[in-house]
Write a protein of this length. Structure first.
Length: 295
């Protein structure tokens, strides 16, 4: 008789794990408070599965007189994306994300609503800022707030595509439905909410972005070791001539993840204070490009 072994994912408490847990809890709290202040006050729709949950909740209340808890809707809608994440992205990543999803939705149900302002435009702008910041905290914890974030990360890791702007377009479609059902003011202001949130993501989180580094140096081998060891990326050496002094130098050409640029530049300058570094934003890369997988 063959016995089938069941592999159980365990998380050993370490300082890194406690840090991730702390970031997820803070992110969940900020997202729940944001929902109960700016989002509900302005009758906004965050987009993604959070927006769909609010859309269903408000539709059931308006057309059928049923009050459904936000947590039940949000957890149900996230069931399939969580399964996909657990199977294709990473098990620990999914467990921390599931904690974020559950904690933020439960807190949204139990925390009181509070009006900081009744100006819908201010609610949209500051709500988008806090929403983006909460998501960034989760991403720094190698987790996500769920829903369409799983989709964006899946395509970023499997396809090498930055899909945040495409997610924004999809959210606009959700807002169009809410505008048709409940009026266009809240839906149109929600576009400001989503745009602001997307800009915060792009400003504060760069892992899935790519950057080209052009490095002119007289110590190419030492600098290449730094690039290879710290970023897991390769580089190309090109012999060049400096026009000012007519001296031979080496140009190192490499493409790295956006969140690696700052640390690499600092370590490279420590090794070669005379180095010249030009960093270019890279839209896309065709070919093999190493991306660190989620755990």
């Amino acid at each position: 008789m063959n016995e089938q072994k069941i592999k159980v994912t365990t998380i050993t408490p370490t300082p890194a794990i406690w840090k991730r847990l702390f970031l997820v809890i803070i992110g969940a709290f900020i997202m729940a408070v944001n929902l109960n202040t700016f989002v509900y006050t302005g009758s906004l729709y965050p987009g993604g599965l959070s927006g769909v949950s609010l859309l269903i909740q408000r539709a059931m209340q308006k057309f059928f007189g049923l009050s459904l808890p936000y947590s039940a809707l949000y957890l149900t809608l996230n069931a399939f994306p969580v399964y996909i994440s657990f199977k294709f992205i990473g098990k620990k990543f999914t467990l921390f994300s599931l904690l974020m999803i559950a904690l933020s939705s439960i807190l949204a149900d139990i925390l009181p609503n509070y009006k900081l302002t009744e100006d819908v435009l201010l609610c949209a702008i500051f709500g988008g800022i806090f929403n983006g910041f909460a998501i960034v905290l989760c991403l720094y914890a190698d987790a996500t707030s769920g829903g369409t974030d799983f989709i964006a990360i899946y395509f970023a890791e499997r396809r090498g595509k930055d899909t945040w702007n495409y997610i924004f377009v999809g959210n606009c479609c959700v807002l169009a439905i809410s505008g048709f059902l409940f009026g266009w003011d809240g839906a149109l202001y929600s576009i400001f909410f989503q745009f602001t949130s997307t800009q915060i993501l792009g400003l504060l989180y760069h892992r899935y972005q790519k950057a080209t580094m052009l490095i002119i140096t007289e110590h190419p081998d030492e600098l290449y070791q730094i690039i290879s060891q710290e970023s897991q990326h390769d580089a190309t050496k090109i012999k060049v001539v400096g026009c000012y002094k007519n001296t031979e130098k080496t140009l190192l050409y490499t493409v790295v993840s956006g969140d690696q640029v700052k640390r690499l530049s600092s370590d490279i300058r420590k090794t070669d204070p005379a180095v010249f570094i030009n960093v270019l934003q890279t839209k896309d890369v065709l070919g093999k490009f190493f991306t660190r997988r989620n755990d």
